[in-house]
Design a protein around this ligand. Structure first.
Ligand SMILES: *Cc1c(COP(=O)(O)O)cnc(C)c1O
Length: 402
């Protein structure tokens, strides 16, 4: 009798195993009683504003909020999203046709290739890249052409270095600026060149703007949809998770090209029945508040102060890292280690040994793709005091005083 494995081959195509490894290292460290400072996770440590929590609880107390969300129109949230897109970026979108609400942008990113492509199609992805990008292509049987993001190009893809035949066979190109894990920022001129190139080759541009409200030093990350006519060739993912501290609520949206939005909506109509209505109400409150008092709601301010404290402390310890202009991540080239093991240092080994020695959790750059080797990603998701403490411990680890 054949043994049933109850596990599809497909599952092994999902993402890098390094995240599971990091989780195992953390369990070990916790079991050994180490005081851990977890700068590995990309989840905000702050709550949403009182107005958002009030909207959520008021809606949750109503009796008419418990049907499948899809039985209502869901239009109010999309209308608010459209208004916010206009207010923030000057982008004009039809909430009925050019916006689809998502259970977090992860939901849309995971399903987009399945909604747009057939097995054997091709898409262009960044390397390093946020793990769901490659996973979603793998699930849909879509071939992936990787674009290296390297420091010598300011961590932007070299659009002209991608062979014409790859452009011609690609269904879409996916990028995200401000970038996770690299934290690089793109300007509108780059998006214009990207759109131009994509138009000439008939390629859809998919932009993931999860960190739109998390720019530093006055930087306001642009939307590709603020370029006139962009919605003919592009869609953009928006998330309330990072910018509004609503990661656990699971709400975001895709905006832009009507056909693409429609395809994703059609697929999702068969898979889920929409975002819990009280969460949509909370999302409306968050966007409304951002429009009336952007200073109050800008999550960027908090991370900007943490960045200043942490980058300065790390440099004082002898680790020269660049200060990010946005997001909540420091993308740090491996430090010069003043001690050696019997193997050469790589991003995985440094992360593992650093956690064992100091309790500070970071993610090996390699977890985001081969081009991430040589870096670690450090998330600014603890208080300034804890970040200083982390830098102090890291410094002594680098110097070999364990
Ligand atoms: C966190 C993150 C997401 C997922 O956000 P959700 O809206 O919570 O699903 C998508 N893209 C990037 C780059 C992220 O960092």
């Amino acid at each position: 009798m054949s043994q049933t494995k109850w596990r599809s081959e497909r599952l092994s195509l999902l993402g890098s195993s390094i995240f599971a490894e990091v989780a195992a290292w953390k369990l070990e460290a916790a079991a050994s009683g180490l005081d851990m400072i977890d700068l590995g996770i990309g989840s905000p440590d702050q709550p949403p504003t009182p107005a958002v929590r009030q909207a959520l609880s008021a809606a949750a107390l109503r009796t008419d909020m418990y049907a499948y969300p899809a039985t209502r129109s869901g239009l109010p949230f999309r209308q608010q999203a459209a208004e916010w897109m206009k207010h923030r970026f000057g982008a004009q979108l039809d909430p009925a046709k050019e916006i689809v609400t998502l259970l977090g942008s992860q939901d849309g990113l995971a399903h987009l290739a399945m909604a747009l492509c057939d097995p054997g199609d091709t898409a262009l992805l960044p390397n390093p890249g946020y793990p769901i990008y490659a996973a979603s292509l793998a699930l849909a049987g879509v071939e992936c052409v990787l674009m290296p993001l390297r420091e010598e190009n300011g961590f932007m893809p070299d659009l002209d270095a991608i062979p014409d035949e790859d452009w011609d066979r690609a269904t879409f190109i996916l990028l995200n600026y401000p970038n996770n894990p690299i934290s690089a920022v793109a300007d509108l001129a780059f998006f214009e060149r990207l759109l131009d190139k994509a138009r000439r080759h008939g390629v859809l541009v998919v932009h993931d703007l999860a960190y739109s409200e998390m720019g530093f030093d006055g930087c306001e990350p642009p939307s590709i949809l603020q370029i006139p006519g962009a919605a003919e060739q592009a869609v953009e993912f928006h998330s309330l998770s990072k910018s509004f501290n609503m990661a656990g609520c699971r709400i975001g949206f895709l905006a832009g090209n009507e056909k693409v939005v429609g395809a994703l909506r059609e697929l999702k109509a068969n898979i889920d029945y929409g975002v819990f209505d009280p969460v949509q109400e909370a999302g409306i409150a968050a966007l409304q508040e951002a429009m009336s008092n952007s200073e109050l709601t800008k999550a960027g301010k908090l991370y900007e102060r943490r960045r200043d404290v942490f980058v300065e402390a790390l440099r004082a310890e002898g680790w020269q890292v660049a200060a990010p202009k946005a997001t909540m991540f420091v993308w740090a080239p491996l430090p010069a280690m003043l001690w050696s093991l019997d193997r050469p240092w790589d991003s995985r080994l440094i992360s593992q040994e650093m956690l064992k020695a100091t309790g500070v959790v970071v993610v090996p750059g390699e977890a985001f793709g081969s081009e991430g080797e040589g870096y670690v990603r450090i998330a600014l998701v603890e208080s300034e005091e804890r970040l200083k403490e982390a830098a102090r411990r890291i410094g002594s680890f680098i110097r070999g005083n364990k």
